[in-house]
Design a protein around this ligand. Structure first.
Ligand SMILES: Nc1ncnc2c1ncn2[C@@H]1O[C@H](COP(=O)(O)OP(=O)(O)OP(=O)(O)O)[C@@H](O)[C@H]1O
Ligand SMILES: [Mg+2]
Length: 403
């Protein structure tokens, strides 16, 4: 993996030397709003703005029989938050999401939706699709579209021709996940609740989803066990454990690092290290003394905003590097298949292999472009930070105003 990154970074340098201007021109084209979707690119837009408070949970208790799954949960979700929900299997993540989606009712307490909330819910295992209805029907059910428009939309989710007429019940898990996502995007929700959306997705669909979610400007709550995915799309967490939900204001990697260092200091016999548990559920995960209603969006102060952007960018870069490595493997796999003369005895299989190889090359190409763009953005952000720092140092000590 590291070797890949080194190699690609070197490649990027070379390409940049060859034609930075060309690269910039291309990036401009990509950023221009008029440009059409490239490859499997899909945009996820939020229709209408919610109030600042998107949803609030007060003293929520949920039981199934004599098992109390959630036991007194207080949470506030604010507009623009991007929350990853983590926790062991059976800890209550799906239950929490269903309560927020209004598909379950709490035994005690309240779930209070905010003003103007338009919710999109992606159920774990796509249990909310209707097996007898077709892929196309599922699109037409949520929005008035011409069949032509619906087909064009579905094509971005890799459903072509007659495939859109297949009943959903006959599709594979990955195909059903793509139907759910295609449908969700048509709804233009401003609060997105996703329960393990990357399960069953192949790499291409996953990458497209990551990209769409990274650009999504609504509020996002997503259950996932996939750390790369979480790092790419979320900047705070809810940790579900023992019937409680603890907010953490940071990425999954930061959470994992913190937990590791806590465990290390505990293992080292941290008796002198008095109960320093930054993520004790009071919301002050960074020790910034904020009160406890959860991981509040970081856009309050410019430096926090800047730090959050840098953090998200670094996570996006890490995730895309992982994707690049995966696609590189995929490409090598098909190269090996194509190098086997036996393959060509079976025309169908050979054609498939050629197509898969081409798809891998194209995916790599577009990932590398995206990666270059992110690296440049990171450079710019670092330059801005240095500039801001320099200005602070240059500021006149006595605050005189000229004139
Ligand atoms: N409808 C139900 N009836 C009875 N028990 C239920 C029901 N739904 C969930 N449970 C139980 O509640 C607990 C929490 O389930 P939930 O599906 O919320 O967990 P989860 O964190 O989403 O797990 P996973 O990671 O496996 O998806 C589990 O013990 C589960 O068996
Ligand atoms: Mg679940």
């Amino acid at each position: 993996m590291e070797e890949f990154v080194r190699r690609y970074r070197a490649g990027v340098k070379a390409r940049q030397a060859r034609g930075r201007a060309k690269l910039l021109a291309r990036l401009e084209r990509v950023e221009a709003p008029a440009s059409g979707p490239r490859g499997p690119r899909v945009t996820l837009t939020a229709a209408g703005r919610t109030g600042r408070e998107v949803v609030r949970l007060v003293g929520v208790v949920k039981r199934f029989g004599d098992r109390t799954v959630l036991d007194g949960v207080d949470l506030t979700v604010e507009r623009g938050q991007r929350i990853g929900v983590i926790g062991a299997n059976g800890s209550g993540k799906t239950t929490l999401l269903k309560l927020i989606a209004g598909r379950l009712v709490p035994d005690e307490g309240w779930v209070i939706p905010g003003e103007g909330v338009r919710m999109g819910y992606f159920a774990q295992g796509q249990e909310d699709l209707e097996p007898d209805r077709t892929v196309l029907d599922h699109m037409l059910m949520v929005r008035r579209l011409s069949p032509e428009e619906a087909r064009r939309h579905l094509a971005r989710f890799l459903f072509q021709g007659d495939e859109v007429l297949a009943p959903v019940g006959r599709l594979s898990g990955g195909e059903r996940a793509r139907v759910s996502l295609a449908r969700l995007i048509l709804m233009q929700p401003n609060l997105l609740l996703l329960d393990e959306p990357t399960n069953h997705l192949d790499i291409a669909a996953r990458t497209a989803l990551e990209a769409a979610l990274s650009e999504y400007d609504g509020t996002l709550i997503v259950v996932s066990h996939d750390r790369y995915f979480l790092d790419t799309v979320c900047d705070s967490l809810w940790v579900v454990e023992g019937g409680k939900v603890r907010p953490f204001d940071g990425t999954y990697s930061e959470f994992a690092a913190q937990r590791q260092s806590e465990q290390a200091s505990e293992a080292a016999g941290g008796s002198g290290n008095q109960a320093r548990r930054p993520d004790d559920g009071t919301g002050g995960a960074r020790g910034d003394g904020r009160p406890g209603s959860g991981a509040v969006p970081s856009a309050r102060r410019p430096d926090r905003e800047h730090a959050a952007r840098a953090r998200r960018l670094a996570a996006q870069i890490a995730a895309i590097e992982a994707d690049i490595a995966r696609w590189e493997k995929e490409k090598q796999r098909w190269e090996a298949a194509l190098a086997d003369p036996g393959l060509y005895a079976d025309g169908e299989r050979a054609r498939e292999a050629v197509q898969a190889h081409r798809a891998a090359c194209e995916a790599l190409e577009s990932l590398l472009e995206e990666w270059e763009r992110l690296l440049q953005e990171q450079e710019q952000l670092q330059a801005q930070a240095q500039q801001a720092q320099a200005q602070v140092h240059q500021a006149p000590a006595h605050g005189q105003t000229p004139g």
